[in-house]
Design a protein around this ligand. Structure first.
Ligand code: IMP
Length: 434
């Protein structure tokens, strides 16, 4: 059998599933870690020796001093990129960074347009991170976006800039905003970013394909989650990129045939930020308990996350899309202390049971979850969970093992990686992934 050369980690629901920790773990083996979609709307947290590192744009593999790639499918806010790079370097990490020449750029007016558009959308607002992600991708799709290559070549940048500014000015005014930018100042600032980006810029599709030809191991780090994706997520309550594994070929320039393994990461419960229906949402004391216990506040915006019971109906859907080889489950420790734990196994709409995710938010709004109930497990201290992690799967509380087994059986995918605490060491690996 061909050895595993590429592994992808995909968030299975609404993001914030704990990808950072899994990516950090898997990137130990990888030679190269790639981000292929999204931008600094992402928030990946990795805790090493009780020190928390949060990233929004850099791949989490930076903490393993690997080669990290920001490929063409990502939108880049250069200010954020250099702030994160400075932080990492000041902490003594020395990853090799490669940035695609065809990745699109986020400018300050994109953030403002993001805000104005959200106001206009009213009920349909996605509750975006206001990081300019959607507006930058919109420019890309409209074919007047600016790419890394342009910043590095001011003469090409200038040829596109005046047109872009003209359009953005009109757009901002039409949306009821004020044009409060000095276009020349921004241009010069971004030419300076281009000068700083130049040493990192590469044609990453060539780089990645040639690296694979040379036998290198590559990890693809998804951002957000499959249900936030543009095509197969809960439109319009999601983000502007392709968040499931289908985003890798387009976003990184490699053939789908080169993706060897796809790992889905699921949370022991559900959480999301932003608008849109969330059938298993808990607006009661149990919800507050999970939110506080799980520190469910956004890494990027600090917003309290909406939380609920695990939703196996939508997870089954994203398992189908991604055809995962294995799953990783995170934050099981957070449910500790609850007497009963519920799992949504079907939706009910107009008195009828549904097994399939209804896709459209209007229909999901009319659905209520059908639950089964399982006994919970006790609440332990962080150090106690760490000790259990060392002893392995068999030492987990029986109720937790039954919970894991039920999810595995329902989804038909083995759970290879179990996380019961925030630190690197609080994990159990049941099956090798590479
Ligand atoms: P945007 O990506 O900033 O346009 O936001 C669109 C939607 O995706 C909003 O509901 C955000 O809260 C959500 N979102 C974006 N990035 C993340 C993430 O990394 N984790 C969880 N939700 C996210």
């Amino acid at each position: 059998m061909k050895p595993t050369q590429t592994v992808a980690v995909i968030g299975s629901s609404w993001g914030d599933e704990g990808k950072g920790k899994l990516v950090d773990f898997l990137s130990k083996t990888a030679d190269i870690v790639v981000r292929f979609q999204g931008g600094n709307n992402a928030g990946h947290t990795v805790v090493i020796n009780n020190k928390k590192h949060s990233f929004h744009l850099l791949p989490s593999g930076v903490l393993q001093n690997k080669t990290v790639v920001i490929s063409n499918g990502v939108v880049i806010d250069p200010e954020v990129l250099f702030t994160e790079l400075d932080h990492i370097q000041s902490e003594g990490y020395k990853p090799e960074l490669i940035v695609s020449s065809t990745a699109h750029i986020i400018f300050p007016f994109h953030n403002y347009i993001d805000e104005l558009e959200e106001k206009h959308k009213d009920y349909h607002a996605a509750g975006t991170t206001k990081r300019g992600i959607g507006p930058s991708y919109s420019d890309k799709a409209a074919r007047y976006g600016i790419r890394v290559f342009d910043l590095v070549h001011p003469e090409f940048f200038k040829a596109k800039w005046d047109n872009l500014i003209d359009i953005k000015k009109k757009m901002i005014i039409a949306l009821g905003g004020n044009w409060c930018y000095n276009a020349e100042e921004i241009f010069n600032q971004y030419v300076e970013f281009g000068r700083k980006l130049k040493p990192y810029m590469r044609d990453t599709a060539y780089f990645l394909n040639e690296s694979l030809d040379d036998g290198k191991l590559i990890l693809f780090e998804g951002a957000q989650g499959a249900l936030l994706g543009l095509d197969h997520g809960m439109y319009p309550f999601g983000t502007s990129s392709t968040t499931w594994a289908g985003g890798i070929p387009a976003g990184a320039g490699i053939s789908p045939k080169r993706i060897d393994k796809i790992i889905g990461i699921i949370k022991a419960y559900t959480s999301r930020v932003g608008g849109g229906p969330l059938p298993t949402e808990l607006k009661d004391e149990t919800g507050n308990y999970i939110r506080e216990h799980g520190h469910e506040y956004g890494t990027t915006t600090g917003r309290p996350r909406r939380v609920g019971w695990i939703d196996l109906v939508n997870l089954k859907y994203t398992c189908m899309l991604n055809r995962y080889d294995a799953l990783a489950i995170s934050l099981l420790d957070v449910l500790g202390g609850l007497l009963k734990i519920k799992l949504c196994v079907k939706y009910i709409r107009n008195g009828q049971e549904l097994d399939k995710w209804p896709i459209h938010s209007e229909i999901i709004n009319e659905c209520t979850p059908k639950y089964i109930e399982m006994p919970g497990w006790k609440n332990l201290h962080e150090e106690e969970w760490s000790e259990i992690a060392v002893q392995g799967f068999i030492s987990l509380p029986e109720e937790m093992r039954n919970y894991i087994k039920f999810i595995e059986d329902y989804l038909g995918v083995p759970i290879a990686f179990i996380s019961i605490g925030p630190n690197r060491k609080d994990s159990i690996v049941r099956y090798p992934i590479w």
